[in-house]
Design a protein around this ligand. Structure first.
Ligand SMILES: Cc1cc2nc3c(=O)[nH]c(=O)nc-3n(C[C@H](O)[C@H](O)[C@H](O)COP(=O)(O)O)c2cc1C
Length: 413
């Protein structure tokens, strides 16, 4: 199967749960297909599953750590089952053993996978696979029907020769069929919840001129903001991206305004603020700028040179003050006391959500393609996320934005 036919999988965050069935080997191909189609896949295996296929196989195929134990070493996850539960847009269990279905139906949480299942709000898809008698057993049938009633999506097992030597219903569908079922699920749920909404996204690091050829800048690449603009446009929003210099090309379906300084960014954002529904400030705005910009190139005549700086306007603070219906999302890139600073910024700037990251962590922050963040919301909730590409994180932030807009609209009614 050509991965390009599975278009709806691109950028999707899938937790793939593997349980101890003989068909577990087939799921390696499924994981590979999902990854090739652009999905972000995290695998969680039960202990029994590891008797059939090694965690290493999935680690190599997905390029990500595999969850194998409740109390094992965690990588970037503060509390692994919760981080995975929050990361998932969809949880797929393949193969799903009779034992797993029983545990899921009755809320038993005695390993990483079943605990994560209880903790997630993401939709769950199960692909049962077992001996025909196990499948037809009343207990299994009732467990499955209970799960269906609770909204689990069931990929029906196929009829055919079973590994246990019998034949009948109970075979795990082929990886291509499973991938197609997952792709179809996303294709159906590709909603455009931000249709009719106008959203401003800021990106990049502002540059503050010192003289006609020099400036003070920072290491921001603009990747996070560009990914956010694209993610919001994909959900139907009319997006204005106000970006400081960045080497990145304009994202698709987004109006782009390129500026240089903090003052120019302020002007561009304020000009549109009244008409917009949300602002996501991911730009790294310089706190200070040279008080005087030399009109001629500064010559290297003196042994030392002092440049006096003055404070730039605090754009986010101003937006917070002027806020009417707009949802405001800010970023806090810190090197120490991240949570404390982020919580303070959320409050002081009148934000709805803050995305905080420790820029000293490997794979996080400026110029990286990935990020590791904690989100804190105005309602006091807090979520920690594992290392993920900025594109996947952008989709997650946009989902949180959709939620906040929806709650605000419901509250207004
Ligand atoms: C060789 C072998 C094959 C098995 N295949 C299956 C299977 O296809 N489906 C199933 O439900 N259980 C199967 N089992 C039984 C499960 O491995 C067993 O119920 C286990 O406790 C499941 O644990 P888990 O649900 O935590 O992965 C098999 C057991 C063995 C020894």
């Amino acid at each position: 199967m050509d991965a390009t036919t599975l278009k709806a999988l691109d950028g999707r965050r899938i937790v793939l749960g593997v349980t101890g069935g003989i068909a577990a080997y087939k799921v390696a191909s499924l994981a590979s297909l999902l990854v090739k189609s652009g999905a972000e896949v995290r695998v969680v295996m039960t202990e029994a599953a590891q008797e059939f296929i090694s965690a290493r196989t999935f680690r190599e195929l997905t390029g990500q750590p595999v969850g194998t134990a409740m109390f094992g070493e965690t990588s970037n996850y503060r509390v692994e089952h919760i981080a995975l539960a929050q990361f998932a847009e969809l949880v797929v269990i393949a193969p799903a053993t009779a034992n797993f279905l029983a545990k899921a139906a009755h809320g038993i949480a005695d390993d990483l996978l079943t605990t994560m299942i209880l903790a997630t709000k993401a939709p769950i898809m199960v692909a049962p696979s077992m001996n025909v008698n196990m499948f037809e057993n009343a207990a299994t049938r009732e467990n499955l029907s209970l799960l269906r009633r609770r909204g689990f999506h069931v990929i029906e097992p196929a009829v055919g020769h079973l590994a246990c030597g019998t034949s009948g219903r109970g075979r795990l569908p082929e990886p291509e069929e499973l991938a197609t079922a997952i792709n179809d699920y996303f294709a159906r749920s590709n909603k455009r919840e931000l249709e009719g909404k106008r959203i401003i996204v800021t990106a990049g690091g502002t540059i503050e001129p010192v003289d006609p050829v020099r400036y003070i800048g920072n290491r921001s690449s603009g990747k996070m903001g560009f990914a956010l603009a694209e993610a919001a446009a994909r959900r139907g929003a009319q997006v204005l991206l106000v970006t400081a210099p960045s080497a990145l090309a304009d994202p698709r379906d987004v109006e782009v305004v390129r500026i240089e300084t903090a003052c120019q960014m302020r002007e561009a954002v304020l000009a549109e603020y009244d008409r917009c529904d949300a602002v996501i400030m991911s730009a790294a705005v310089a706190d200070y700028r040279p008080k005087v910009v030399a009109t001629e190139k500064i010559k290297k005549s003196e042994p030392t040179l002092t440049i006096e700086l003055e404070k730039n306007p605090d754009i986010l603070f101003e937006l917070g003050q002027k806020k009417a219906r707009q949802v405001l999302i800010g970023f806090a890139a810190e090197t120490t006391n991240i949570e404390e600073y982020a919580a303070r910024k959320l409050e002081q700037k009148n934000l709805d959500l803050i995305v905080a990251n420790d820029v000293t962590v490997a794979g996080a922050g400026f110029n990286a393609d990935t990020n590791v963040v904690t989100m804190m919301a105005r309602d006091g909730s807090r979520e920690d996320f594992p290392l993920m590409p900025k594109s996947a994180l952008a989709a997650l932030i946009v989902e949180r934005l959709i939620n906040i807009i929806r709650l605000n609209e419901e509250a207004e009614k």
